[in-house]
Every structure is written in structure tokens, then in C-alpha cells.
Write a protein that binds this ligand. Structure first.
Ligand SMILES: [Cu+2]
Length: 110
């Protein structure tokens, strides 16, 4: 019984350690690869830790037609490959902004 309780406490501590003041904890997003033929770069403000990165990735990943999502916390940037028939760079920027990090499209191209 004591062993069970201490295991729970350890798991709780690990869980809390992934939370940061800016974003709170978040679960890794499932990668869904679409016919992502276009890539856009974004400037993302306010990311401070790996969990912020996951939050941004998760927010983008909820959109339709998203391919790879690369988020650089230190640089404050994101690069997203997407299917232009199913979503747009501005929709991606809105999704990132909606997750709590102001995003603007910096470059957009094939
Ligand atoms: Cu964070």
C-alpha cells in the first residue's frame, strides 16, 4: 500500500514538472500527415519551454490538412507544412494565436 502511494506521488511530481507558467501541461499531439505541399513560417511570441512548443504543435495539429509542424522555442518560430486545399497559413496563425501565443505569418511558399 505504501509503495502504491509513493508511486503515485512520483508520477504526480513528474506531471507537475512539465507544467510551465506560460502554458500549463499539454499532451503530445498525434502526427497526422496530409498531402502537405505548401510550407509557411511563423513568428510565435511568448513560448518559453518545451510544453509551450507542444501546445503550439497541438493547436496546429487540430486543423485539417496539416503535415509536419516544427516549433523552435528559442527562436520563437514555427514552420508548418500543410495542404493548401484544406487550410491556409492565416488559419494556422489564428490557431496558434488562439492557443495563447501571438503568431504572424512571416513567409509562405511551396
Ligand atoms: Cu511553456
Amino acid at each position: 500500500m505504501n509503495r502504491l502511494v509513493s508511486s503515485t506521488l512520483v508520477l504526480g511530481a513528474l506531471y507537475v514538472s512539465t507544467v510551465c507558467a506560460a502554458c500549463g501541461a499539454s499532451e503530445p499531439s498525434a502526427e497526422v500527415l496530409a498531402a502537405a505541399t505548401q510550407t509557411a513560417n511563423f513568428k510565435v511570441e511568448g513560448m518559453t519551454c518545451a510544453s509551450c512548443q507542444v501546445t503550439v504543435r497541438t493547436a496546429v495539429g487540430k486543423l485539417d490538412g496539416i503535415g509536419t509542424v516544427e516549433v523552435d522555442v528559442d527562436a520563437g518560430t514555427a514552420t508548418v507544412a500543410f495542404d493548401p486545399d484544406r487550410t491556409t497559413a492565416s488559419a494556422i496563425a489564428e490557431a496558434i494565436t488562439g492557443s495563447g501565443y501571438k503568431a504572424i505569418v512571416t513567409t509562405e511558399g511551396a
